[in-house]
Design a protein. Sequence first.
Length: 254
Amino acid sequence: MTSLELGRKGFHVVAAGRSEERTSSVIDLIREEGGSAEFLQLDLASLESARDAARTLGNSGRPLDVLVNNAGIGATRGITADGFEVNFGVNHLGHFMFTHHLRPTFGPGTRIVQVASAVHFRASGIDFDRLQRRSRSFYGIDEYGVSKLANVLFVKELARRRSDWSTYAVHPGVTDTSIIPRYVRMLMRGRLLTPEQGAATVIWCATSDDVTGESGLYYSNKEVRQPSAAAQDDDLARELWERSELWCGVALEH
């Protein structure tokens, strides 16, 4: 829905994903409504794929006005190809690598919207020693919370390091998508947001003049919200960033 709405607003959409077949339906809808779109191969569970996808996009020579880091997983247990806990590896580290290698395409005013979650409140901090081990909580929900905390911290630290870009962390609301486990859908029947409702604040942060200059903050329902205490920890944000650089092998690429 986010890609479709951006297409309706006149953006050329680069829809990144693992499966071109599954992504083609979105691209077709954008084109049917008079917009333009293309597919980009990207598997966020692989740091190599995230790097290569960013370089492929960068080699097109086109500037990037808006980046929406919207992909992710939840209610999942496992390890990525690079040996990281899968929620952290996909939801944070894959996006970190992708964003890093897209930097040459960013110009002054580029907007970077990171889809986070209020589930980050479940995480009181980050146990860095556990990020290269398999999930141990029920349905990986604790690890998912850590990955969403990492999303908010990433935006905070990116805003501190690069004031020429505008960065936003967004809680879209509990939305009825495939990331929601079936048992949660049953428990919350009638209370889940539609995909259109879930995309609203993401689109607003990506395109509205009302949020210009409000960089590095956490949004929900088109309003600035106060994130958790851990998400406001400057030292934790800096440590996460520095460790992410090392894990992605980009610490010297400045």
